[in-house]
Design a protein around this ligand. Structure first.
Ligand code: KG4
Ligand code: ZN
Length: 325
């Protein structure tokens, strides 16, 4: 991560944004105060404070993770007909957590990663496979190709044959099985650093990526994605049982992963027919400004808002379970 680069980008982009602000058609200013990279957060906060004071608008410091939850729940621009409790699986480059909402704007963490975030694991394993950053979408694409060719191979009875066909024929030598960390820990917590290390060793045992065909790299990507999906399904299942949540939602960059979306959906449909599964629009799974505006708007419209203390600060490690400002 490059906090100072992020800060510089903010300093460059915010004045351009300000230009668009000139038409005065806004009701409030929302700003992320955490979690995130403090220099970048701080730049945004200073800017928002000045803007709100100048335009005499309410200022709403907003939690980044609440933005992910609320924006993922919104459907067709509306936040309605949502049965509480809501269970959210938040999966991004910085976070992996299961968050329970029993009453609006109150959040309880029921499970979290004990080490790396899942997006970080996707990015690191992608790098091991020689794929560009961000690695999540790259792994997902390869895994999908692999599964598609496996299906085709099965249909043609070719899966057991020697790998003699072109790229993505799906015919690969046996791929190592990766671990599913903490699957049976009896908690809703996660761990991804062991999976990442296991991937590293497995690649080394295979002789490095130079020794692997495109098919084999795709098969490896699929095995990694499978491992992550298995863990998410098991932990989400446990959390749904433990909490009795009525709505299940996913958010954060990794929530764009189509295989993970589908596997979770299958589990909820099969095992929790009374639970509503809300899938966020692909355009808002990764970090964006709309999610912060939507979360702030919910607070504003429901009256759950007061003028923040003048000196409120950026909080890099702000937890969603922490009391709002
Ligand atoms: O929420 P986000 O945009 O930023 C953070 O707050 O971290 O998440 C970024 C993460 C990156 O690690 C990226 O590789 C991952 O989301 N990601 C994916 C996919 N699209 C983005 N991971 C798996 N599959 C995807 N399709
Ligand atoms: Zn995020």
């Amino acid at each position: 991560m490059y906090p100072n680069l992020a800060k510089r980008e903010h300093l460059k982009n915010l004045p351009a944004l300000f230009e668009q602000f000139k038409d005065d058609s806004y009701d409030a200013v929302a700003v992320t105060h955490g979690p995130g990279l403090e220099p970048a957060l701080w730049t945004g906060i200073e800017f928002a404070k000045k803007l709100a004071a100048e335009k005499n608008l309410p200022l709403l410091p907003t939690n980044h993770m609440e933005g992910h939850i609320i924006s993922s729940l919104v459907q067709n621009g509306r936040l309605e007909n949502i049965q509480l409790p809501v269970l959210a699986l938040l999966v991004s480059g910085g976070h992996t957590e299961l968050v329970l909402t029993k009453s609006w704007f109150k959040y309880e963490i029921v499970g979290k990663t004990l080490d790396d975030a899942v997006g970080e694991a996707f990015d690191k394993v992608a790098r091991m496979l020689g794929l560009p950053y961000p690695g999540g979408p790259e792994i997902s694409k390869l895994a999908q190709k692999h599964r598609g060719s496996q299906k085709l191979g099965q249909k043609n009875g070719l899966v057991e044959a020697e790998p003699t066909r072109g790229p993505f024929s799906g015919q690969v030598s046996a791929m190592p099985k990766l671990p599913r960390p903490m699957l049976n820990s009896g908690t809703c917590d996660f761990s991804f650093s062991g999976l990442k290390t296991a991937a590293l060793y497995a690649l080394r045992d295979l002789g490095g990526i130079q020794k692997l065909s495109a098919d084999e790299i795709a098969a490896f990507a699929a095995e990694f994605e499978d491992a992550v999906a298995d863990v998410f399904v098991a932990k989400a299942r446990k959390a749904l049982i433990d909490t009795g949540a009525q709505t299940f939602v996913i958010g954060g960059g990794v929530a764009a992963n189509s295989y993970i979306r589908e596997q979770l959906q299958k589990m909820v449909l099969d095992e929790f027919p009374d639970v509503e599964y809300r899938l966020p629009h692909l355009g808002i799974t990764g970090d964006n400004a709309i999610m912060i505006a939507e979360a702030a708007l919910c607070h504003l419209l429901t009256g759950d808002w007061h003028e923040p203390p003048k000196e409120f600060k950026a909080t890099g490690n702000l937890s969603i379970a922490q009391k709002m400002l």
